[in-house]
Design a protein around this ligand. Structure first.
Ligand code: NAD
Length: 483
C-alpha cells in the first residue's frame, strides 16, 4: 500500500524530518502481529524544535480571520475526502478494527470534523453587551501553542476532533499521536502538506509517553493541552500542566452502564446494547460494559444477548463482513484476559467467551472472543474498573433507586444509556446519573454540536461544538465608554 512508509518521520515546520536521536518503536499490525512501520522516539530536542516552529507560525496564523482559517479546514477536508478509502484501510490495519467501522466512523468522521468546525467557525459572531453609557465586545483570541495528545482506539477521528477547532481558532499545534497507531496521523500530515497549509501551523512528533509526551506537556512554551487517553496518564498530564497554569482539557477513561427496563423494545434494545458493549472490540471510552437489566425480563434478555453476541463474525479486519477485529496489542490482550479470569475469581460465571480464540491465518494476532459475565457483585473490580475490551457484566435490578446507586458506584462518569419506552422515566433516570452524557434508546448517536466529556475520573472540561471553540480560544471583553 502506497501510504505505508517503513520509517515514519516527524512533521515539523512543513518538513518531514528525522528525530534527533536513534531510537525507534516498531509498530505492529494487531490482526497479524506483522510489522507495519517504525516510528521515531522523539526526545526533548525534537519537542523544542516543534514548539519553536509552532510559536513562529502562530504570529501570522493567529492574525488571519476566522473565515480565512475556515477555508483551510475545508481544503484539508477535501484532501481527506479524496483519501477516504486509504484512511479506512490504514486505520483498520493499524488498529485491528473492522474495515466497515473504519469506513463509516474513522474515515467519515475525520472528514466531517474538519467540515463541521469550518462551518461553525464561520458562524462565530462578536457578542456585545450594552450598558447605558458603554458597550462591551467579547472577542475570541487564540490561546497560543497547543499540545494535542491522542490515544489508539480512534486515532484520526480523535486527532481531527482536536486539530480542526484548535487551528480554526488561530492556534498552532504539536500533535503527539499514540505510538501504537501512528499511520493516519502521518496521513493527516501528508494531507496538510499537500494542501500547502502555512508551515508550522500543524506539527507532529512521534514517540512514547515518557520521552515525547511528557516533555511536550511540561514545556513552558505550551499554552494549552488537549489530552485524550487513560485516567492515570491524565492525572500525570494535569500535574505537569498545573505549575504553569496551562489551559487543560482532559477526556479520560470510562466504565459506562446500560440500563434496560422491562418496558423497553427488546428487538431494538438487544442490538443497541450489543453495539454499545462491543463496538471496536469494546475499545471505545463510551462502551456500555455494565448492563443492568430489570428482573422481569432478565432471563429473556440474557438469552437473546448471548445469541446476538455469539452470532457476531470475528476475524480478518479487512473483510467487509467482519464485526469484531483484533485487540490493539499483546499487552492489552493480556490485560483484558486478566479481567476475564478475575471475573471467575470474583464469583462470576462466563456465559460466553473465555476460551483462547485464534482465527485461521491470524495466529500471531491479538484475538479474543467476546465475554459476557453474570453473577458478579456490582461493586466487584470487573464491574467498576475500566477493562476497555470485549467484556461485559450483567446485573439484575428491581427498583429505580437500586439501579441508580449501582450505576453511580464507580470512579468514572463519562456516559451511559437507558432503554425504556417510558420517556418520562428515561429522562428522570438520565438526570440522576453522574456522567457527562446519557443516551436514551440509542448509544453513540453523535451530534457534533453537543458537549462531549465526563465527570469524576472521566475527565475535566468539555469539547464539541461551541465548547471546543471556547476551549481552543481565550475570550476577551473590550468595554468602550460612550458619551
Ligand atoms: P494512554 O493514556 O496510555 O495514552 C494516551 C496518549 O498519551 C498516548 O499518545 C501516549 O503516548 C500519551 N502519554 C502517555 N504518557 C504520557 C505522559 N506522561 N505525558 C504525556 N503524554 C503521555 O491511553 P491509551 O491506552 O492510548 O488509550 C486508552 C484510554 O483512552 C482508555 O482509558 C480510554 O477510555 C481513553 N479514551 C478516552 C476518550 C474520551 O473521549 N474520554 C476517548 C478515547 C479513549
Amino acid at each position: 500500500m502506497s501510504w505505508i512508509h517503513m520509517d515514519l518521520q516527524n512533521y515539523i515546520n512543513g518538513d518531514f524530518c528525522r528525530q534527533s536521536g536513534e531510537n525507534w518503536i516498531i509498530n505492529l499490525e494487531p490482526a497479524t502481529g506483522k510489522k507495519i512501520c517504525r516510528i521515531p522516539i522523539s526526545n526533548s530536542k525534537d519537542v523544542q524544535k516543534a514548539i519553536t516552529s509552532a510559536k513562529d507560525a502562530q504570529k501570522g496564523w493567529g492574525k488571519l480571520s476566522h473565515i480565512q482559517r475556515a477555508l483551510w479546514l475545508d481544503k484539508i477536508a477535501d484532501k481527506l475526502e479524496e483519501w477516504h478509502e486509504e484512511i479506512a484501510e490504514l486505520e483498520s490495519r493499524d488498529t485491528g478494527k473492522p474495515i466497515s467501522l473504519s469506513r463509516s466512523v474513522d474515515a467519515a468522521r475525520s472528514i466531517a470534523n474538519f467540515r463541521f468546525f469550518a462551518k461553525i467557525i464561520r458562524e462565530i459572531e462578536i457578542e456585545t453587551f450594552d450598558m447605558q453609557d458603554a458597550r462591551n465586545y467579547v472577542i475570541h483570541k487564540p490561546v497560543g501553542v497547543g499540545a494535542l495528545i491522542t490515544p489508539w482506539n480512534l486515532p484520526l477521528y480523535l486527532l481531527s476532533w482536536k486539530v480542526a477547532p484548535a487551528i480554526g481558532m488561530g492556534n498552532t499545534v504539536i500533535c503527539k499521536p499514540s505510538e501504537l497507531t501512528p499511520m493516519t496521523a502521518d496521513l493527516l500530515m501528508r494531507a496538510i502538506n499537500d494542501v500547502g497549509l502555512p508551515k508550522g501551523v500543524v506539527n507532529l512528533i512521534h514517540g512514547n509517553g515518557l520521552e515525547t509526551g511528557a516533555p511536550l506537556v511540561e514545556n513552558s512554551d505550551i499554552d494549552f493541552v488537549s489530552f485524550t487517553g487513560g485516567t492515570i496518564t491524565g492525572s500525570k498530564v494535569a500535574a505537569s500542566a498545573a505549575p504553569s497554569f496551562k489551559k487543560l482539557s482532559l477526556e479520560l477513561g470510562g466504565k459506562n452502564s446500560s440500563i434496560v427496563f422491562a418496558d423497553c423494545d427488546l428487538d431494538k434494545t438487544i442490538p443497541g446494547v450489543v453495539r454499545s458493549g462491543f463496538l471496536n472490540q469494546g475499545q471505545v471510552c463510551l462502551c456500555g460494559s455494565r448492563i443492568f437489566v430489570e428482573e422481569e425480563i432478565y432471563d429473556d434478555f440474557k438469552n437473546k444477548l448471548i445469541n446476538e453476541v455469539e452470532s457476531m463474525k470475528i476475524g480478518d479486519p479487512l473483510d467487509e463482513n467482519t464485526q469484531l477485529g483484533a485487540l490493539i496489542s499483546k499487552e492489552h490482550l493480556q490485560k483484558v484476559q486478566y479481567y476475564s479470569n478475575l471475573a471467575i475469581e470474583e464469583g462470576g460465571t462466563l456465559l460466553t467467551g473465555g476460551e483462547p480464540y485464534l482465527p485461521v491465518n491470524f495466529e500471531e494476532g491479538n484475538w479474543m472472543a467476546p465475554v459476557i459475565v453474570e453473577g458478579l457483585s456490582p461493586d466487584s473490580r470487573c464491574s467498576t474498573e475500566e477493562i476497555f475490551g470485549p467484556v461485559v457484566t450483567l446485573h439484575k435490578f428491581t427498583k429505580e433507586d437500586e439501579v441508580l446507586e449501582m450505576v453511580n458506584n464507580t470512579r468514572y462518569g463519562l456516559a451511559g444509556s437507558i432503554w425504556t419506552e417510558d420517556l418520562i422515566k428515561g429522562r428522570r433516570i438520565a438526570e440522576s446519573i453522574h456522567t457527562g452524557m446519557v443516551w436514551i434508546n440509542t448509544w453513540l448517536h453523535r451530534d457534533l454540536r453537543v458537549p462531549f466529556g465526563g465527570v469524576k475520573d472521566s475527565g475535566v472540561g468539555r469539547e464539541g461544538g461551541r465548547w471546543s471553540l471556547s476551549f481552543f480560544s481565550e475570550v476577551m471583553n473590550i468595554c468602550i465608554k460612550e458619551e
